[in-house]
Write a protein that binds this ligand. Structure first.
Ligand code: ADE
Length: 240
């Protein structure tokens, strides 16, 4: 008898980041919980739960807790878009998080800048095995989409309750956190909740903008035209 894979949650912040893949899910059952639609389904033999977190760290933390405590998920993969920060992290590239950090956490002088009080740490790691699989799926997806020159990056993603659309602010983040590859608004909250519950997490972000003065227009256009096809290609590879 083959082992049943642990129940997996697939999450994005916004409908545009998941719509194509969600639409192809057969026999999904929808539950409305805590203001969210949560779809429960079986996909290619795996028990899955799919939802949209909404934007920001509190919405993300609520969603992660709900998925773990109410829906019993044992692994989570988060997909969506982010602003590129690191040099060479271009629009259309993909970043798989190996570590996440809240760039707006600051309880100094109680604890060092970025450290989460009570945890003795600023960084939360993603799960190595899940992230390895996700990185492989992303590489295949870029080829499937006919985008062999777009790059896959792996490393630090930072999160905060701020849409960064200001070249000076992006430069300040790069100065403070030179390892940061991309900035978004949910991943580090998922990482902290998953750490609390011992649930493996993987996070992937497609770069929609460079977090600069043009970020709001670049983001909207990318979200409308590309975010969903990227997630669909990556998830279809993930589930092969
Ligand atoms: N998600 C996509 N682009 C972003 C940006 N520039 N800032 C924060 N979150 C984002």
């Amino acid at each position: 008898m083959s082992a049943v894979p642990p129940r997996l949650a697939v999450v994005a912040a916004l409908h545009e980041e998941l719509s194509d893949w969600l639409a192809q899910l057969p026999d999904r059952r929808c539950e409305r919980v805590a203001g969210r639609d949560v779809w429960v389904a079986t996909f290619r033999g795996q028990s899955i739960v799919v939802t949209l977190s909404g934007i920001g760290k509190v919405a993300a933390a609520t969603t992660a807790t709900l998925l773990i405590q109410r829906f019993g998920v044992q692994r989570i993969v988060f997909t969506g878009v982010a602003g590129g920060l690191g040099p060479g992290v271009a629009v259309g590239d993909v970043v798989v998080a190996r570590r996440l950090l809240q760039h707006d956490m600051n309880a100094w002088p109680l604890v060092p800048r970025h450290e989460v009080p009570g945890y003795g740490r600023a960084h939360f790691e993603t799960d190595t095995a899940l992230s390895d699989t996700l990185a492989w799926a992303c590489e295949q997806a870029l080829l499937d989409m006919g985008l062999p020159t777009q790059r896959l990056h792996q490393g630090l993603i930072i999160s905060g309750d701020q849409f960064v659309s200001d070249t000076a602010a992006a430069q300040a983040l790069q100065r403070d956190l030179p390892d940061a590859l991309a900035v978004e608004m949910e991943g580090a909250a998922f990482a902290q909740v998953c750490h609390d519950h011992g649930v493996p997490l993987a996070v992937v972000r497609t770069i929609s903008d460079r977090a600069d003065d043009d970020a709001h227009t670049d983001f909207s256009q990318f979200l409308r035209d590309f975010a969903s096809p990227y997630s669909q290609a990556m998830l279809n590879r993930w589930f092969t």
